[in-house]
Design a protein around this ligand. Structure first.
Ligand SMILES: *Cc1c(COP(=O)(O)O)cnc(C)c1O
Length: 240
């Protein structure tokens, strides 16, 4: 074995082990929230991760990956095994044309302007793009996302746009001191999700509540997340 081969063998084993631990924890949290493991989608967040390791995660049963950057994803895509992908990072309007049709969902829609651009490019390509509305649940200046106070109004506007279909909500809460604080933000998101779902607006299908990352996916599932986005707990610390 070359040195690279033995380092890879270790990393492959780590990925497999990490995935089994994460799946167990998700199953336990799902059960505690009155659901089953099958109700929660585990997304592997693959930013900065090379295709060979992503492919190993796919071999271990991952069927959804999340990427933050358009260029990075398009560069890696030809080397990836068949797997569904979502864009989860901030999207600039001038990159929309390149990503529409390349991923099955854009989770990070944070403005009407961006939604209109996605819709325009989707209609031109003859498709409808599934999106999530990203909500700035902690009201942080440093984060993108639709402002909490205008969330319901903005979502009603999103429902009117042809060429996109709103499938749910996404959030990245502030870094929290403890799990109670994290759960408070997730619970707030869950209430918004249910409120909007109960309005039964046309063109809105509230089925996805995307929240929870490596440090807090159990709390997120306990509070009703349907999709957790986990990166470093699967692949190890990111090296930029
Ligand atoms: C990087 C990233 C994640 C995963 O973060 P980890 O802490 O490594 O699990 C999840 N969601 C978004 C939007 C991200 O950018």
């Amino acid at each position: 074995m070359t040195e690279k081969q033995s380092v890879d063998a270790m990393r492959f084993a780590d990925i497999e082990y990490n995935l089994s631990v994460i799946r167990e924890r998700i199953a336990k949290a799902a059960e505690q929230s009155g659901r089953s493991a099958d109700d929660i989608t585990l997304m592997a967040v693959t930013k900065t991760v090379e295709p060979e390791y992503i492919n190993h995660a796919i071999d271990c049963g991952i069927n959804l990956i999340g990427e933050n950057k358009v260029q990075e994803y398009l560069g890696k895509k030809p080397f990836l095994r068949n797997c569904e992908a979502h864009l989860i990072g901030h999207l600039q309007t001038n990159k929309v044309r390149q990503i529409v049709g390349e991923v099955s969902m854009i989770q990070s829609v944070d403005s009407i302007r961006l939604a209109n651009e996605i819709a325009k490019r989707s209609l031109a390509a003859g498709i409808t793009t599934d999106i999530l509305a990203e909500i700035n649940v902690g009201g942080e200046d440093s984060k993108s996302g639709i402002e909490w106070d205008s969330a319901e109004e903005t979502i009603a506007q999103l429902a009117e746009i042809k060429g996109i279909r709103l499938q749910g909500l996404m959030a990245i809460p502030p870094v929290c001191e403890n799990s109670d604080e994290a759960r408070m933000f997730f619970s707030k998101m869950r209430r918004l999700f249910v409120d909007i779902r109960d309005k039964k607006l046309d063109n809105i299908n509230m089925s996805v509540l995307s929240m929870g990352m490596s440090s807090d996916y159990c709390e997120a599932v306990l509070e009703g997340s349907t999709l957790v986005r986990v990166g470093s707990s699967i692949f190890g610390k990111r090296i930029y």
